[in-house]
Design a protein. Structure first.
Length: 177
């Protein structure tokens, strides 16, 4: 057994209080980032109508013109961001959407379709654009940057997934936060 002298006891208590306050402040400072929202392009449900940053137009597939023939090609893709909704109390799985960015190479091309198939943790998406054929199909060539939002079918539990978009793999993770 040992005795603590009063002046050492108060110094020790002051040190313990200072350390405790420092840890509390460090904990608060560290959690401040957790409440910050991620950038808009990483948030589930965020949309730009019309033109967004970088001059990218928000596009959606359009129906083909009646009586016109078309060729279909894979859409050129620059980037893909998988965006999961937030888990709420009791949720086992959440919806996920893709933000796909690319550039159509001429004024006549339009988005045709996005077909998806899912097998467990593997999602295959075929994303096509349409180009009219025949007379009057001369098109000015210039890049048209776009963004396209694709809700994935079904709901997703926490875990790692592999998205294959037009043959290119994009791994993503759904996290419960």
């Amino acid at each position: 057994m040992f005795a603590v002298l009063p002046e050492k006891a108060s110094a020790r208590a002051g040190l313990i209080l200072a350390l405790g306050a420092g840890l509390l402040l460090a904990g608060c400072a560290g959690s401040g980032g957790a409440s910050e929202k991620p950038p808009p392009d990483q948030r589930y449900g965020h949309r730009y109508d019309g033109e967004g940053p970088g001059g990218r137009q928000t596009l959606a597939p359009t129906p083909p013109e009646e009586g016109r023939a078309y060729n279909r090609f894979a859409v050129p893709v620059d980037s893909v961001v998988a965006r999961a909704d937030s888990f709420q109390q009791g949720d086992a799985a959440v919806p996920v959407e893709l933000l796909i960015k690319g550039a159509l190479p001429n004024e006549c091309l339009s988005l045709a379709e996005a077909k998806q198939e899912r097998n467990g943790h593997f999602i295959n998406v075929t994303f096509r654009m349409r180009w009219p054929t025949g007379l009057g199909a001369d098109c000015a060539r210039y890049e048209r940057p776009f963004r396209f939002y694709l809700p994935l079918e079904g709901r997703y539990e926490p875990g790692d997934y592999t998205l294959k978009l037009n043959g290119t793999e994009y791994p993503f993770t759904v996290r419960r936060e």
